[in-house]
Design a protein around this ligand. Structure first.
Ligand code: FES
Length: 65
C-alpha cells in the first residue's frame, strides 16, 4: 500500500528501513533517498515505524528474560 504519495513510498519499504534501524519518519525517508514534502503521510509512516520497532525489539526482550 502506498503511504507517501509525494515520494511513492509503500508500507513495505518504510517497514523495511525501520527494521534496519530508522526510528523517525525523516530517518526512514532519508534511508529510502527521499524526504517529507507535504507531510500528509507523517502520522501513518510513524505508526508503521513504531509497529516495526516494537516487533523488532520483542525477541531481545524475550532473550533478556
Ligand atoms: S504524502 Fe508523503 S510527503 Fe506528501
Amino acid at each position: 500500500m502506498y503511504v507517501c504519495i509525494c515520494n511513492a513510498l509503500t508500507d513495505y519499504e518504510i517497514g523495511l528501513v525501520s527494521k534496519q534501524g530508522a526510528r523517525t519518519v525523516d530517518a526512514a525517508y532519508a534511508a529510502l533517498g527521499s524526504k517529507v514534502c507535504c507531510g500528509q503521510c507523517r502520522c501513518t509512516a510513524q505508526d508503521i515505524i513504531d509497529e516495526n520497532a516494537q516487533s523488532a525489539a520483542q525477541p531481545m526482550l524475550m532473550a533478556a528474560e
